[in-house]
Design a protein around this ligand. Sequence first.
Ligand code: F6P
Length: 361
Amino acid sequence: MTAARELIACQEGIVLRVFRPRGSAEDQIRPTEIVMSAIKRIAVLTSGGDAPGMNAAIRAVARCALAQGWDVLGVRHGYAGLIADEVESLTGRSVSNIVQRGGTMLGSARCPEFEAEVTRRQALRGLEQNHVDGLVVIGGNGSQTGALALAEMGLPVVGVASTIDNDLAGSEITIGVDTALNIALEAIDRLKTTASSHQRAFLVEVMGRKCGYLALMAGLAGGAEIVVIPERETSPVEVATQLRAAYERGKRHALAVVAEGALYNAGKLDTWFREHSEDIGFDLRTTTLGHVQRGGTPTAFDRLLATRLGAGAVAALTRGEQGVLVGLNEGKVTTTPLAEVVGVPKAIDPELFRLASVLER
Ligand code: F6P
């Protein structure tokens, strides 16, 4: 097993670590080889689904770390690049002019191979060979699962909460959510225009995996007749009833916002509506927004959030914190142990769901 790195002291602002033997004989360091070291170099990666604002987070991590006098390596394509040792040196200049760009300059990937311990050990060996003392992982649930696994193997890791799904415990809001929501709202506003012209109903499906946050917020801010989310089962009959009620109240359009992870997602609802078209009494169209929600320019909110969380990750490493997620809670940048974040469901605010149903009139 890779030598475990244990924080032992923090003196005069300098983080000292002892490299101790742990695990199998392969990578063990004998007591005579125990060394003390300050952080000199960190690596940063973006992983999982990209989120608008990731670039602003990379920039903040790189520039804050450089300001500490550390070297910064950017890892390409998330954990896949960590395994393949695809790294590049980041300078103040190499992260310039990216704060306003969507996507991630480092690239991202889903990497199921990283679930295997043997693969993670390979990644750790690569980091040691590159003399990396700490890692910043910018990503969502799956990415922070990998971060926790690395932290448990002894690597100083700090996660940065980033996913458009907002399904990550440990941060009230994650990087990318605001942009994705604004994109969904722009689409909804446009669809309402054409829906009114034709007196049609629309089903609009938004992303979010098993989390209904984006759908609920888009429904509230977009004026939906009904919101269908995974956290609360809604039957096709309920959806049809709500849409019909809108026409009966004199509306010229009717809108349902549906989360992709709902039991009846837009595809299933669409099929049901086709099968019952004779009894429905109104015309219905379905739009699935899909990846368009992940593209484009990050909003001011996402740029600022990403900048604060990226800076927070460097501050956490400087304080000697590791195995934590940097997030935003009650307006403040906070750290939460990754062990309390990974796999922990994040509940929808029941008051907001109730408010949505009151406004659906
Ligand atoms: O996690 C972000 C997300 O966009 C989800 O909302 C969506 O279900 C998923 O990623 C799509 O994944 P991919 O980009 O791999 O198709």
